[in-house]
Design a protein around this ligand. Structure first.
Ligand code: KDG
Length: 324
């Protein structure tokens, strides 16, 4: 079957400092285009799938940059509207401080063009051109109208029998209160595939351990739950009671970890929809995530199939040398 993917969300211009440490000091910033949902779609186009994005950008240079970049990566941007009333969102990244190896973000996206998306932006006939709808916990946090847009996409996908993929992606900076994220995201947790992580599971099910919480997602009717565990790899549970674990790949340099989760999702989905087993799909996801942390920017180091094969082959040989 010919599979293609659609998503909706906000894509921003990312300012990533050339130096690490507190954001008070860097003088030089590099510019990237990034946003979780669009990152996944770019990852999927690099892996040979067709993808379409629903969003809004401002009538400004950054909006043009976003559209040009996504189009250049092969994503259909015919449903990315230019909103003359609000700007394109931007954000800054602070790398390796205060926790080495981690990045934090500073958003300037409140009132952005994308935050003004509404159910009207979700064209049912457009959605139906795709087999898989990817939604995340970020878009519902942007505004009430964005929440309703995601609700509509979810309902249309269910009614028309499209596969739903949901990444919990809880951004407390946007929700402000964990209880709100918990309450508002629960309706989206029944999907074909849910991607999540330890921190998000703790918000959704505060009284449960990571594994118990992941099983709760299976109990609500999700078919595959993937828990991304950073350096500890990833775990997948299925509705048939299968459990798979994959270690993470180690890389010699970590520039910026932002975007690794989206790259993981894209490679996992690309593999799974190609007929690869859940267990092996976890390995592809882990490899794509590892590649993305080696550079600044979320989309640039997302791999093609041949990049994945080369990287995984190289990593395997390295491991054998280690063992000897
Ligand atoms: O997953 C990476 C994203 O978090 C990053 O690019 C910014 O989309 C973003 C967000 O809303 O945090």
């Amino acid at each position: 079957m010919h599979v293609n993917f659609v998503s909706l969300g906000e894509v921003m211009v990312q300012f990533n400092p050339l130096s690490t440490g507190p954001l008070r000091y860097p003088k030089l910033f590099e510019v990237h285009v990034a946003g979780s949902e669009a990152n996944m779609l770019v990852g999927l186009t690099k892996l040979g799938y067709q993808a379409g994005f629903i969003s809004r950008v401002g009538n400004d240079e950054f909006g043009l940059m976003v559209i040009k970049t996504l189009r250049g990566e092969g994503v259909d941007v015919s449903r990315v509207k230019v909103d003359p009333e609000a700007p394109t969102g931007i954000y800054f990244v602070q790398r390796h401080f205060p926790v080495p190896g981690q990045s934090t973000v500073l958003y300037y996206r409140h009132g952005s063009a994308a935050s003004r998306m509404s159910p009207e932006d979700v064209d049912e006939d457009y959605l139906e051109k795709f087999n898989v709808v990817i939604l995340t916990g970020i878009t519902p946090a942007l505004s009430e109208s964005c929440y309703q847009a995601v609700q509509k996409a979810y309902k249309v996908a269910k009614a028309r029998g499209l596969d739903i993929v949901f990444d919990t992606n809880i951004r407390i900076k946007l929700w402000k209160r964990p209880e709100l994220a918990r309450e508002k995201l629960k309706p989206f947790l029944k999907a074909k595939i849910v991607f999540t992580n330890r921190e998000d599971l703790a918000v959704l099910y505060p009284e449960a351990s990571t594994e118990e919480a992941a099983y709760r997602l299976i109990d609500v009717g999700t078919e595959i739950v993937v828990v991304k565990l950073g350096k500890e790899g990833a775990l997948a549970l299925t509705k048939n009671n299968e459990v798979y674990r994959s270690p993470a790949y180690t890389v010699p340099v970590v520039e910026d970890v932002i975007g690794a989760g989206d790259a993981f999702n894209a490679a996992f989905l690309a593999a799974l929809y190609r007929g690869v087993s859940v267990e092996k799909a976890l390995r592809y996801g882990a490899a794509a995530g590892a590649l993305v942390v080696t550079v600044r920017g979320d989309i640039e180091a997302q791999p093609t199939w041949s990049d994945l094969e080369v990287f995984m082959g190289y990593a395997e040989k390295k491991e054998q040398v280690h063992v000897r």
